[in-house]
Unconditional design. Structure first.
Length: 75
């Protein structure tokens, strides 16, 4: 397909890519680009992958001591 074809109806070609097609764009009969779907990298991690490797302390969500809190706040 040519650049002019894409510009005439870009959504048509984006839908084709979304459906899994790879499109080659040509200019003066020379391929200049390839438009293809992005490979999905959303692989879920298995539940419990690090089970037993660390423990959350009981005071994890307790307020920070004043000296530490002030160093974060720059006071």
């Amino acid at each position: 397909m040519t650049v002019d074809e894409i510009l005439s109806d870009p959504l048509k070609y984006l839908r084709q890519v979304e459906a899994g097609e790879t499109l080659v764009i040509v200019c003066f009969n020379q391929p200049i680009a390839e438009l293809r779907p992005i490979a999905s990298s959303k692989k879920l991690r298995p539940f419990g992958l690090c089970a037993g490797e660390f423990r959350t302390p009981d005071d994890f969500d307790a307020p920070l001591p004043e000296d530490i809190l002030s160093s974060f706040e720059g006071t």
